[in-house]
Structure formats: C-alpha cells, structure tokens
Design a binder for this molecule. Sequence first.
Ligand SMILES: CC(=O)[C@@H](O)[C@H](O)COP(=O)(O)O
Ligand SMILES: NCC(=O)COP(=O)(O)O
Length: 247
Amino acid sequence: MTTSNRILLGVNIDHVATLRQARGTRYPDPVKAALDAEEAGADGITVHLREDRRHIQERDVLLLKDVLQTRMNFEMGVTEEMMAFAERIRPAHICLVPETRQELTTEGGLDVAGQEERIRAAVERLSKMGSEVSLFIDADERQIAASKRVGAPAIELHTGRYADAETPTQVAEELKRVADGVAFGLAQGLIVNAGHGLHYHNVEAVAAIKGINELNIGHALVAHALFVGFKSAVSEMKALILAAAKS
Ligand SMILES: CC(=O)[C@@H](O)[C@H](O)COP(=O)(O)O
Ligand SMILES: NCC(=O)COP(=O)(O)O
C-alpha cells in the first residue's frame, strides 16, 4: 500500500486548446504549454481527446508523443475509434473516462460496475501494449471494487462534487467521500489518483489526503496562466500541493 507523502502533478492542457479552437487559429499551442509545464515541474501531461474534438486534436497528441520529456496521460472514452488511436500512440498512461455529447465537462465517473465485461476487455487490450490503465470513477466503494475486479491497476477519483460543494458542511462531506475512496482504493491495492475542478483555493485539502499518487489539474491552471504565465501557474500549484502533502 502506498502511503508516502510524495504526490505528483499531472498538468491537463486541454483548455489551452479550447482557446485555440474558439478561433481556429494556430495559437495558443498546447504543445508549447506542455513543454513549459514540464520545465516548471509538471510530473506528467494529461490530454483528453474528446470524441467531439472540442479542444485537443489528434495533431496535438501525435506531436506530444514525440516531444514530452515526462509522460503522457491520455484520457479517452471507451470507443473503438479511441482504442485504435491509443494503440497507435501507446501512451504511458491511459485514463478511461465517460463522455456524453452535450456535457459542459466530465460530469461523473465511469460506471465500471454497470459494464464490467466491456471495461475489462478495454483494460486488457490497452494494458497489452504496456500502458498503465486507470479508470476515472466517483469515490464510491462499488465502483472502486469493480475497478479492481476488471484488472485496472489504477483509478482516478473524480473530485468534481467536492469542487462544486457550496456550504462548509457539503465541502466536508465531499472531502470525506474522497478521503474514504482513497483509503478504500489503497486497501484494494490500487494506485489512486484524483482530479477535476481542483484550483488554487481548494487543492490543499485534497493534496493532504495521504496516499494519493497524482493530482490531475487543468482548467484552473490555464485560467491562472492568463495572468502569471504558464510556468508560474504550474510552479505555484506544484508548491501548494507539495506543501499540503507534507503537512
Ligand atoms: C476527464 C477529465 O476530468 C478532464 O479531461 C476534463 O474533463 C477536461 O476538461 P473537459 O471536461 O472540459 O473536456
Ligand atoms: N482528470 C481531471 C483533469 O485532467 C483535469 O480536470 P480540470 O482541472 O480541467 O477540471
């Protein structure tokens, strides 16, 4: 069981591409953002190639594959198109996520318990090429146990409900849900990551949960980068999570 205070920062660059796609320009380039993030201390780069291509494009993923110094965490829906693309790029990490067409962002976790055979087949197929496969799920024992059963070595707990909680009571409840999920995942022998909706004012409590391997953070970093630059945005976040993890 991992219980060290070491915690990694995966920088999600999707929303650099969102700005580019809004105008169909060549800038800002998420590849440049990835390289800046690495220089500023990112431990890995996360990209979500959505089926509707609203932000990251194939071109971005193919270039990143050649230039990243760290490692790629490739987020994808469980579709044949994405499975075939993943086999082409062979990322170090793959995170299987749910997708619905009209959602503003990833609204909930993957229902692993409700489709074990399908997810098991995907995990097996993607693991064969050496990728570490994680499942983006809610902090729910039923989903965590199912993730273990289908053979995934890792999970990423969706922290969106914690991030969206409004009252102190709700925040405390959602934080406990995440902390309990981390403990349950570790007890199952899983690598436990977390992310979604984390920002400079809510990240410390999550980073302080013992045993989390990596936090994946994107939207807030890109937003802060508008004011301080991408490298500073990443290094500020990294400093916050490292300090919180040591506390
Ligand atoms: C799965 C996940 O949490 C991230 O990929 C996030 O979804 C990226 O942002 P969008 O949901 O806005 O595409
Ligand atoms: N998997 C979560 C992620 O990559 C980043 O989510 P967000 O910080 O953009 O909400």
